[in-house]
Design a protein around this ligand. Sequence first.
Ligand SMILES: [Zn+2]
Length: 67
Amino acid sequence: MPAKIEQLRPHSPGGEKRGNTSWTQCPTCDGWLHTTTDLLNRGSIALHCPHCAGDFLPKDAKRIVMA
Ligand SMILES: [Zn+2]
């Protein structure tokens, strides 16, 4: 897992599944994209930024926030 992962505080009422979604910030354009935790854990799969069309690995992400 990349080291810069942040955790959002639990805030939602019960029922919503947590821990399986995250937001990743593109190191090129600072845009945010939605990813799954599973995808980040694999580490070797490049993420595709919809803002600048760049690809980057999870370890190169500027920030990662678990939701
Ligand atoms: Zn980008």
